[in-house]
Design a protein around this ligand. Sequence first.
Ligand code: SF4
Ligand code: SF4
Length: 474
Amino acid sequence: MSVYDPKSPRAEEFINHEEVLASLDYAKENCHNEALIDEILNKARLRKGLSHREAAVLLDCDIPEKNAEIYALAEQIKKDFYGNRIVMFAPLYLSNYCINGCVYCPYHMKNKHIPRKKLTQDEIRREVIALQDMGHKRLAIESGEDPVNNPIEYILESIKTIYDIKHKNGAIRRVNVNIAATTVENYRKLKDAGIGTYILFQETYHKESYEQLHPTGPKHDYAYHTEAMDRAMQGGIDDVGLGVLFGLERYRYEFSALLMHAEHLEAAFGVGPHTISVPRIRAADDIDPSTFANGINDDQFAKIVACIRIAVPYTGMIVSTRESQKTRERVLHLGISQISGGSRTSVGGYAEEEPECESSAQFDVSDRRPLDAVVQWLMKLGYIPSFCTACYREGRTGDRFMSLCKSGKILNCCHPNALMTLKEYLIDYASPETRQVGEELIKQEILKVPSDKIRAIALQHLDDIEHGQRDFRF
Ligand code: SF4
Ligand code: SF4
């Protein structure tokens, strides 16, 4: 039996099964322990985060008044750290060739009826121009694992192609990468190619389930997959994105283990995850979500989002178009800092004239609205859609990004950056109605920048943007 050690490089020690089970027992025993819950909430109010055990107690808490406090605190932390800004991004699927056997994904190797496609560099150009014409500045590239069809050289070439495309006023300023677990050497190559965050979902932290859900292919190796973020950090990538696919295992197990993974990165490398994603399993070709017994309902989903927000205040949280407009609306204020919009989840989906071929999508998109509608919706709800990529471009990654968060300078930095990038969006891509809503919002929100000096500079830049200049940042 392995022993729990957050600093250990071994998956079975930092995601220690016995420790997860002990945390679940502890949470269950204390779900009604008002004194302990108060103590944990008081600690959480210091905004320095919680341990996985403490957060597990909040997740299990079944006292209605205390749950109301949990939601209120999550909302307050979200306001304090992220204000009303929501960063926008889009996924870009490069290739659905895959040699793995993940049973919840239609791209698994045995699926013989799904059309396989890998974008050429010219096709990538078309996709990226379509994304730029929507207004996107930040992409997450996705690819199946296939060393023959999608070797690292293909990924690197594609990243270069994406960064090189300058079309009208458009540019992709940050490429995040979601590809299979790989070697330190390959992570170093990705770092050198200028990627933003390296994202890899664990899918499930439960080793036995993991091995059953990934019966074949290199992804079957639980330790290699779980230790991928360590190798990414050793390769110089200090912004990493975690996530589990809720629905595969019991959500309480995933929740504790996910936070243990965050604690491990902090303990071993001094910097926690940049983002956490909270996808839930969705229908797709060959995939029926009802065959997975651990699906979570909207209430459980909201509670997970709130508890993650409280447990790791400095970590961004992402919700994708897998979730409906209604669900996204429900969780935005509880702690979400990034969302995708106008997404296509098939290879080549953006440049297609016809709506995307459903049968080749990785998952069904629930929120199908175009980006303009999503931007307008967010603004009408009082959020600022942000196309900011400043930190990455200023070299504020890893612990430097964390120190920006921890120093409380966010309002003098993220806020004007959000407004300036929104202004670019409104002028270059928005519909007249969206532009009108946005201009009003900018007028009100610019007043919230605390520093007189920064506010004055931001106002000048907003005017410069109106007169054709682009790409200002703090
Ligand atoms: S989840 Fe990823 S690795 Fe698994 S089959 Fe789908 S594309 Fe391949
Ligand atoms: S300034 Fe940095 S942390 Fe703030 S929104 Fe921009 S990229 Fe994110």
